[in-house]
Ligand binder design. Structure first.
Ligand SMILES: Cc1ncc(C[n+]2csc(CCOP(=O)(O)OP(=O)(O)O)c2C)c(N)n1
Ligand code: SF4
Ligand SMILES: [Mg+2]
Length: 315
């Protein structure tokens, strides 16, 4: 059987061509075996295991193929994520996962870009990138595995550590007010903002799936316990540890920004689910429109003629 060639939309008038792939109907989704890479080096019991297992499940369930997904992360325990996935991706620079992922998303609109990382990577060193990627509404799914601590570097205060948390950088207890990731995401302009916890796998899966289906910047805060340096941090949200897991009320209007802030303002453990979701044009769509209009102007011209036109304009 002849195999169709997949054309990848590109900037400019160059069209890249991927390796031949089987027709969609003839291809099976990837199995977990085909997705698992190195054995995770996380501590036994770390919440991050749950997120990784559900990512595999999501890829299997949605029948995504290697050439259609990319897994990006910064630096941290949680950011080791791409090492453990047999797929295209990058374990990038601390705090810089989002700019890297933005480049992929904008140049390859046919891919689904997943970004994983920790609270330090996202809100400390990468804080400004978070705000700007959100406001630009660049299509990708960003899952922050929030453990309220720097795990990899062995227990420093993170931007989400609660007041009083004793760490190597705050030996008498954290004195700085923590940020609220949900409020920050909504205020920055994220068009999909959800909250979940590693201790409820079905819910994590639901949130990741909904985030993936969102056409825009989708942000999921996933509480993910660091059993080594912040054991028990999320017990109050885990019914198996005597806590309560409350879903966002069914009556909540996800398009109501003020209602979303109200949910985000609830004291811990708060609510879990989609707080905010609106449809707005993505930067991807806007750039595609600009590029299409620019290409229309040089339609039919050869590359060297386009180049010549540019030189003429410079004279
Ligand atoms: C530029 C730079 N600064 C600092 C570090 C050291 N560093 C590595 S990971 C990390 C924090 C990780 O915390 P978080 O993002 O919450 O991930 P976790 O380990 O908790 O999953 C820091 C400060 C680094 N690798 N690069
Ligand atoms: S140090 Fe904490 S975050 Fe890092 S792998 Fe161990 S339990 Fe997980
Ligand atoms: Mg952390």
């Amino acid at each position: 059987m002849s195999s169709p060639i997949t054309e990848i939309p590109q900037r400019g008038n160059i069209t890249a061509v991927t390796a031949p792939t089987l027709p969609t109907s003839d291809r099976k989704g990837l199995s977990k075996k085909e997705l698992v890479a190195d054995n995770p080096t996380w501590c036994p019991g770390c919440g991050d295991f749950s997120v990784l297992a559900l990512y595999f499940k999501l890829i299997e369930k949605r029948k995504m193929w290697h050439e259609k997904i990319t897994t990006v992360a910064g630096i941290g325990c949680s950011s080791r994520f791409p090492y453990f996935v047999q797929a295209h991706g990058a374990h990038y620079i601390h705090g810089r996962a989002l700019p890297f992922a933005s480049g992929i998303s904008l140049s390859r609109p046919d891919l689904h870009v997943f970004v994983f990382g920790g609270d330090g990577d996202a809100f400390s060193i990468g804080g400004n990138h978070f705000n700007h990627t959100a406001r630009k509404n660049i299509k990708m799914t960003y899952v922050v595995m929030d453990n309220w601590v720097y795990g990899l570097t062995k227990k420093q205060t993170s931007p989400t550590s609660p007041l009083g948390f004793k760490s190597k950088t705050d030996v008498t207890g954290a004195v700085d007010y923590p940020i609220n990731p949900m409020k920050q995401a909504i205020a920055a302009g994220a068009t999909f903002v959800a909250r979940t916890t590693h201790s409820n796998p079905a819910h994590v899966m639901q949130m990741m799936e909904a985030a993936m289906d969102h056409d825009g910047f989708s942000f999921v805060e996933c509480l993910s316990e660091c059993v080594e340096f912040y054991e028990g941090a999320f017990d109050a949200s885990n019914p198996r540890k005597g806590g309560v897991f409350n879903l966002v009320p069914a009556t909540h209007d996800v398009t109501n920004e003020m209602a979303a802030y109200k949910l985000a303002d609830e004291p811990f453990p708060g609510s879990f689910g989609i707080f905010y979701k609106v449809t707005k044009p993505t930067k991807n769509a806007k750039e595609t429109a600009i590029n299409t209009a620019a290409m229309e102007k040089v339609k039919g011209l050869k590359d060297w003629q386009i180049l010549q036109k540019s030189f003429e304009r410079m004279k």
